[in-house]
Ligand binder design. Structure first.
Ligand code: IMP
Length: 181
């Protein structure tokens, strides 16, 4: 049976934006870039929960070499829009001083979450920080944040899938879906 192209989550409909095959291909490419840049440095990947857990799981397996993984939980979204405030729900459990960090974000929207988190971790004097965003909405970025490696730039529209949710649903979709007009 073929998959329906339009999906419904709660009260909203979404249409395909980036198919599963393209997602997979791009994650492998990002893994190669990181493997070359951080060769022999045993980086610590820090995945920003909840949304980045799917991307981070694939990204570390696309990384060729020793690495460690940790998680922080930050929240700024309610429904389909940002609340304008970043809350730390779960903090870091590892020493980061002198470490090479790879900060993994699912999507850079306004950039507030990443900006806020980078300010926090810089205080702990890491050796280097590489920021990776699977998606970025360039038109929405409002905070001065440098994303070193980006999977895809997309339009400023609400998306779900590959870890991203709409009020809890959609994280298990293998591709990216965008709000249907
Ligand atoms: P920012 O702080 O505005 O950059 O927003 C980052 C966080 O908001 C992301 O890590 C997501 O959890 C959430 N977010 C932003 N845009 C979307 C979207 O289009 N769909 C689902 N979640 C989103």
């Amino acid at each position: 049976m073929s998959k329906p192209s339009i999906i419904t989550l709660h009260d909203l409909s979404f249409k395909p934006l980036i198919p599963e095959e393209e997602v997979r291909k791009r994650v492998l490419e990002l893994g190669e870039v990181l493997s070359a840049e951080l060769k022999g440095k045993r980086p610590l990947f820090i995945s920003i929960l909840s949304g980045a857990f799917v991307f981070a799981a694939d990204l570390i397996r696309a990384f060729d070499g020793d690495c460690e993984v940790s998680f922080v939980k930050l929240a700024s979204y309610a429904g389909t829009s940002s609340t304008g405030e970043v809350r730390t729900v779960l903090g870091l459990d590892k020493q980061i001083e002198g470490r090479h960090l790879v900060v993994v974000e699912d999507i850079v929207d306004t950039g507030q979450t990443l900006h806020h988190f980078l300010e926090e971790i810089l205080k702990h004097k890491p050796a280097s920080i590489t920021t990776v965003g699977f998606l970025r909405k360039p038109e929405a970025v409002a905070f001065p944040v440098k994303v070193d490696i980006i999977g895809f730039d997309i339009d400023d529209k609400f998306v779900v899938g590959y870890g991203l949710d709409y009020n809890g649903l959609g994280r298990n979709l293998r591709g990216i879906y965008v709000l249907a007009d």
